[in-house]
Ligand binder design. Sequence first.
Ligand SMILES: [Fe+2]
Length: 220
Amino acid sequence: MQTDDIRLSHVPGFAVLGQDDGKRNVQGWHSDFPYHWGVPARGLVPTPSGKTVLGVQRNVCVSPFTREGGATAFKLGSHALDRPPPKEWGDATAHAKPGYRAEHGLPYNGPEADVVDAPGGSIILYDSRTWHRAGVNRTPKKRAAMLQAMTPMYIFPKNDTSRTFKKLLDSPVYDNLNDREKHEIQNLMVHQFIGPGGEYAITVDRDLTETVKTATTSGY
Ligand SMILES: [Fe+2]
């Protein structure tokens, strides 16, 4: 991303994949935040997006990632194509629709879908544009990963990380960190902007949110 000043774009979250039942909707092909190509989200990065890398995804495999156990399928090298995955592969927007799997079957799983096996504890690091989708877990054992979207400091965050960071400050875990770790976690989780007279932490304003909701629902 050509900068050392990086942020966590959301609080690290767990993605747990249970055994497939042959019916449930599955995740379709997509690119991760902030690109979100193939995802029904607001604020997609326009294509072509250019050479600047706007995100790197860092997924920690909590359990082993195997083909039968639901390891992620990637189209390796697709980040360089600088465009969304083909719709005919079955993207995440299509597969999020109720009943889509029953009508259209599973997303593309041909020779261009590269399944990366990885032992538990591995970290899968990839350019967020890389086309991928969750695998299908055909085993009774759950597959778990911790997902982290890493972005340069100039990207608007995906979710609020400030409340979790404040909780960390009050936890005994924080006291056991050394100064470098404290500094690094703060830098990763506190998004700031420059205001009058200095830098300010960006966080949620609940009162203002209620005001905005009222204005929106009343048609303004
Ligand atoms: Fe993803």
